[in-house]
Design a protein around this ligand. Structure first.
Ligand SMILES: Nc1ncnc2c1ncn2[C@@H]1O[C@H](COP(=O)(O)OP(=O)(O)OP(=O)(O)O)[C@@H](O)[C@H]1O
Length: 606
């Protein structure tokens, strides 16, 4: 649902939608800890009925005392009754603590359970979804909704308990006089309607504010991050960022205050109606007692019952609207769980051949990124044969990385087909395709974990021996980086966590490259992963790459012609089409686009 839809929908339909969230939310709660939920409910029932027992015992005590004051003897079990009152109160205190304990256990379990589900779902979804701001807002809200649900769980338990207490005392009041319950209900109903109304307004407001809050988070992060620190200082950007942050914060403050103020006034007025209902019932009981209908014990019990029924009934309504409010906030979490990826593995997907015989073929592939109009690849055809190493070159934005995303099925072509050994890529199991491809992107991930883990993520599904890690590190030259680290392969990289060590861009690249070598891949793809390497390292890396990819398929994207020339075939992309191809010598002789680009780069070095 987008913002304009949220505004168009009537509050009531929105409220009903929120209630629809309750069954799945209860399902999630149940899944996060069945035993804890069951124990929580049992404890709540005991806590709910205890006040009735206490009020009833108090009634007997007062009746007996009143009779005693009039000269009658105390009953034989009088002191046992007093003892029972004490025991009931002590038990109630202990049970209340036990309820708090079970609530916090359940909240922890719920948070963990939902956080894991959010991570799993985020991993399932397409890359496309990540590039969609609406999705991002939703993910953001889902993340927030996943955590800190103690309040919601407490409210649900409280509602359960309040309903039971209200019922127990209402039955007692109805038995005395049905008017009492009616008076109470009439007093409480308006504040319930008020509460739900404001719950809805609060949700709509939060929905509207999400983009601004995301902006604020971004500004806070940029202004306070290690990555941003250098430029923020040198360009004097601090005021620019804080002013922008302040403007958004002010806007949110104004909206929040307006809503809180209106809630204060309207909620206060409706609360007065509730109090009048309560005192109506109270005066009725006084009147009846004076008229001789009730004795002093019954009077005490009924006033306690009115007090309990009224406050619990009022709380039932406010807790219920609080839960409906919380459930509204979970709309995004549940919608997020329901999202389905579009790039999917067929249920009966094929496994990749153990030895690829015909290679990968792009056949008249046209591709436009979802949600955009620009065609990035137009009628693109390319055959990558077994044992062949192709270098893709072209100016910025010509679609080189896009080709890598298509061959790895992060996206599917808009038109045309990509074949592997004559079979459409979509017919293979996507996980198996990924298993056979080793790819390092130019924006590879720097995991702030140990050097070993940074390499092992290249093939995390199996445990690795030290030799395998070392071997991969040797192939990518990462061994020279690790040799300088205090804790070797166990050194934490990056400065986020204590004891971590920051690496230079080129050092990170060598570590990341080792991941690709750890995979026993039939196709290796390097998408400009050497941009931060110095000239000598780059040459070494590529000499090794050339050696290691002998007989394997490799796709190489680079702007440096010194490395590109090692490829068996060079493919020049322009405007989403293949405009030239051949080996270095052939293309130089041809004197076309490649030769021009090569000369230009060579000249800049002279
Ligand atoms: N996720 C995306 N959504 C929309 N458009 C995109 C996306 N990624 C890339 N593009 C656009 O597609 C075009 C091709 O991008 P691509 O990254 O494939 O280029 P490239 O040839 O690898 O460029 P470079 O040499 O700068 O890395 C660019 O115009 C870019 O703006």
């Amino acid at each position: 649902m987008n913002e304009s839809q949220a505004k168009q929908q009537s509050p009531w339909s929105e409220r009903l939608r929120a209630l629809r969230n309750m069954p799945p939310v209860l399902g999630i709660l149940w899944d996060s800890g069945r035993a804890v939920v069951t124990w929580g409910l049992i404890l709540r029932v005991l806590v709910a009925v205890a006040p009735f027992g206490i009020a009833k015992v108090a009634q007997y005590i007062i009746t007996d005392i009143a009779a005693h004051l009039r000269g009658q003897p105390l009953p034989a079990n009088f002191w046992q009754i007093v003892g029972a009152e004490v025991v009931l109160n002590v038990a109630l205190g202990l049970l209340t603590r036990a309820v708090d304990y079970s609530d916090s256990l359940l909240a922890n379990r719920y948070t963990q359970h939902v956080s894991v589900r959010v991570m799993e779902q985020a991993a399932r979804l397409d890359l496309t979804t990540y590039e969609n701001p609406v999705f991002y807002d939703r993910l953001e809200r889902a993340r927030v909704q996943a955590t800190d649900r103690l309040a919601m769980i407490q409210q649900m338990g409280r509602l359960f308990q309040q309903v039971i207490t209200t019922l127990v005392f209402s039955v007692a009041l109805v038995m005395a006089s049905p008017w009492l319950v009616l008076l109470l209900a009439l007093g409480v109903l308006p504040s319930f309607l008020g509460e739900t109304h404001y719950a809805f307004l609060g949700y709509a407001k939060n929905f509207r504010q999400t983009p601004a809050k995301r902006q604020m988070d971004y500004l806070r992060q940029v202004a306070g991050s290690r990555e941003g620190a250098k430029e923020v200082k040198l360009f004097g950007l601090n005021k620019f960022f804080t002013d922008r942050f302040q403007a958004l914060a002010d806007q949110i403050y104004v909206e929040d205050t307006a809503l809180s103020r209106s809630k204060l006034i309207v909620g206060g007025l409706l609360g007065i109606v509730g109090t009048l209902g309560y005192y109506g019932a109270y005066v009725y009981v006084i009147w009846k007692t004076i008229g001789g209908n009730y004795d002093i014990g019954q009077f005490t019990f009924l006033t306690a019952a009115i007090q309990q029924a009224s406050s619990n009934l009022q709380q039932v309504f406010s807790t219920a609207s609080g839960i409906a409010d919380q459930a509204l906030f979970l709309t995004d979490l549940l919608a997020f769980f329901e999202m389905e990826p579009t790039v999917m593995s067929k249920p009966d997907g094929k496994l990749l051949p153990d030895v690829i015989k015909r290679g990968f073929e792009f056949r008249n592939v046209t591709f436009t990124y979802p949600g955009t109009n620009r065609t990035v690849l137009k009628d693109f055809t390319l055959h990558l044969k077994p044992g062949e190493r192709i270098a893709l070159i072209g100016e910025n934005g010509q679609g080189k990385t896009t080709i890598v995303k298509l061959i790895t099925r992060l996206y599917d072509p808009t038109e045309g087909q990509i074949l592997l050994d004559g079979v459409d890529l979509r017919d293979y199991k996507i996980e198996d395709l990924h298993r056979h491809i080793g790819v390092i992107f130019q924006d590879f991930m720097r995991f702030e974990m140990t050097a070993r883990e940074n390499i092992a993520v290249g093939r995390i599904e199996i445990p690795h021996k030290q030799e395998e890690i070392e071997d991969a590190a040797h192939k990518s030259l990462a061994d020279t980086v690790v040799a300088k680290l205090g804790n070797g392969y166990d050194q934490i990289l990056g400065r986020r966590f204590e004891g971590g060590v920051e690496l230079s861009g080129g050092e990170w690249q060598k570590i990341a490259l080792a991941r690709a070598y750890l995979r026993d891949a039939q196709l290796l793809i390097l998408d400009e992963p050497t941009a931060a390497l110095d000239a000598r390292s780059e040459l070494e890396v590529f000499e090794r790459f050339a050696e290691l990819t002998q007989g394997k398929m490799a796709l190489l994207i680079s702007h440096r012609f010194s490395t590109v020339r090692m490829a068996d075939r060079i493919v020049v992309l322009s405007g989403g089409r293949l405009i030239e191809e051949g080996d270095h010598r052939h293309l130089m002789e041809k004197g076309g686009v490649y030769a021009g680009m090569f000369e230009m780069q060579a000249a800049s070095y002279r």
